[in-house]
Design a protein around this ligand. Sequence first.
Ligand SMILES: Nc1nc2c(ncn2[C@@H]2O[C@H](COP(=O)(O)OP(=O)(O)OP(=O)(O)O)[C@@H](O)[C@H]2O)c(=O)[nH]1
Ligand SMILES: [Zn+2]
Length: 292
Amino acid sequence: MKQGRIVRAMAGYYHVYSAGDIYLTKPRGLFRLENITPTVGDKVDFEPDILHMEGTIISIYPRDNLLLRPRVSNISSSLMVFSLSQPVPDYLLLDKLICNSISQGIEPILVFNKCDLDQEERKRAKEIYSLTPYSVHFVSALTGQGIDDLRQCLGGGIHVVSGPSGSGKSSLLNAFGVKHEVEVGEISSKLKRGRHTTRHVQLLPIEEDTFIVDTPGFSNLDLNDNIDPLLLRECFEEFIPFMQECRYDNCLHAPEPQCGVKTALKNSLIHPKRYENYLTLLDILQSRKDYL
Ligand SMILES: Nc1nc2c(ncn2[C@@H]2O[C@H](COP(=O)(O)OP(=O)(O)OP(=O)(O)O)[C@@H](O)[C@H]2O)c(=O)[nH]1
Ligand SMILES: [Zn+2]
């Protein structure tokens, strides 16, 4: 029996990555009876047929979470990749992506790329997010600066990459040493057939048990539908401790008097840019509601 990770589902097979190899596996029949569908991201025990690099999935470990679009389980974090320059960071977009991530229960990790290009913007980004609970990395996919630290910080698990066009997502994956096609050797003709089918969501290994989700168009550039104004408040996590000081339980920290968040803002305990973006997003949500 071996342990592995389902990294792709293709042409009726689950591709399981284990110690640098890919096995083409099928689930044991019982799963269908039990209505269990193996999913990319699942950690599994499987019985290998080493001669043919095939196998049978025997059991699936309990999932930490399950994203539905695309269908991937056990996501540890979402890497928000923004460049400090060319293009300059759109902090409103970043805050939107952070909200989407938190509303799905996924930890955001902020990655500012191209730190070889701009020191001023680096200072600004650091300031804006220093009062938030998120881990912030400054890297250069070009020079390799900060890449090893980031890899270490990931420390296992499955990580989604999102961010605007041109921020350096592909360059970052290359800097991690990701191979876009995991080497499969010449072992299975079935696998080769599979490779000609359309690209599905897949996990790319960067360490033995650290994977990046590779799927085009993953980042939703709008706020998720499940976010309403009350949830938005929770998505700006550094505001939460100050909400206890708000006079009204349902305070949205906008026109309300005696608001703990606005007091914290005045006392420089919340960054003005974060508060400004919060108000903009609140506005968007409230006008969405007017439409309904
Ligand atoms: N100076 C500098 N340039 C970089 C760095 N990382 C990426 N670039 C350049 O930025 C441009 C965009 O990089 P990509 O990796 O293609 O960006 P992407 O986010 O994958 O872009 P999309 O595929 O459009 O989403 C390329 O010309 C890269 O060479 C960096 O750390 N420093
Ligand atoms: Zn308030």
